[in-house]
Design a protein around this ligand. Sequence first.
Ligand SMILES: Nc1nc2c(ncn2[C@@H]2O[C@H](COP(=O)(O)OP(=O)(O)OP(=O)(O)O)[C@@H](O)[C@H]2O)c(=O)[nH]1
Ligand SMILES: [Mg+2]
Length: 427
Amino acid sequence: MNDDDTIVAPATPTGRGAIGIIRLSGEAAWDIVSPYIAIKDRESRKIYKSTFPLKGGGILDEIAFILYRSPSSYTGEDMVELFFHGGMVIVATALDELIRGGARMAEPGEFTRRAFLNGKIDLVTAESIERLIDAPSKASLTATTRLMGLIKQNVNYHIISLERLRTEIIASIEFPEDVDIDIDLAPLEEAVSALKEISQKAEKASPMDDIPMVVLTGKPNSGKSSIFNRILREERAIVHHEAGTTRDFIEATFVHNSIAMKIIDTAGIDNPKNHIDKIAMARASALLEDAAVTVWIQDSTLQCLEDPVPSFVNVVNKVDLSGCDHSDRFILVSAKKGTGIERLLDVICENLIPIENDYLNMSQRARDRIKNSISSLERSLAAFSEETLDIGLIELERGLEGLYLLTGKEYSRDILDDVFKNFCIGK
Ligand SMILES: Nc1nc2c(ncn2[C@@H]2O[C@H](COP(=O)(O)OP(=O)(O)OP(=O)(O)O)[C@@H](O)[C@H]2O)c(=O)[nH]1
Ligand SMILES: [Mg+2]
């Protein structure tokens, strides 16, 4: 990967859409697009309109575009954003043209990687950008945004005060006669306790990297697949009056109240009648272990209802066939008529909202760095207390190094590759 190339990529997902955006970044970005844009004055950060001609003749699209002059752009380099009328073919054709014009297709996360290399953002913010895109809920989105601000203020503040302390220590080692030996260790103590607090909160936070799983379970024939179809508003799963219809589980991603979830319809759990039933039920039971929310569905027409299962969302289905008086203990649903489905989804979401926590989306990399720094800084504090300045200094520097790696003030190619490997292209 050459960081001097001018890179290009679609910034919007491929497929049909109202607009398709193509981004270019690098020294030649303005030059590469200039044959395609019919304007003379070139001002940064102004929206222009143009036709986008094809090299072979004809017009591909009417476009809007913005030029960005370095350093005032997302990557810190010269950039161009071209806005096409959506559509896979238009965007793919324009990309081909621009690549022939000298741009190189960007690697995943390469735009953000450049933003980092050009000092636009720190490494934790870069990671957070990826997490913002993948955020499965509004709550984790807010948490990520808050995390960015927090690292900036908190960790950077302690870096500066520890650097100041390091200078003092170095001076007192090199010029012992000139420097007052009473060095104030308060900044070190404060840094340790602040980092410990961040670390503890991060450990307690629920991992929100994956879309949470909502598993529909219950006895065969209770109407799991019917409820699944109702939620998705399509006939996805086979519904039949014979018990044991669903064997393989079926999953679909769904968003309600701004929360993304993976809903899974499973085989009913009861006494298996044959070997296949047994496998299907074992798989369904295994899924329950990873479920963020389990919905236990019972059939209202059965003679007696079982008690609600604590910590499950308890549903009684088919209330159109026989009434149920226990609306205080169960969510009453008719998959056939569609009643109770909205309420069921609301209750599922209530169970999915994570505990509010600033540190929710801190990556494992960031957590490990913080822990390592804390250990070094604690060793440093102990050494200074015993007045072994040289050892204290070495540990202080180790601690600082950990914090540099955290924010990306120091980095290696491996770290960058690791941070950016999961990004989508165009980000
Ligand atoms: N009247 C009425 N019938 C329903 C309702 N929900 C499901 N059914 C019927 O109940 C039968 C079983 O429905 P399914 O959705 O296949 O039940 P399931 O729990 O997925 O069954 P298995 O996959 O066999 O475990 C079908 O005949 C449905 O039409 C409902 O709310 N009202
Ligand atoms: Mg089913």
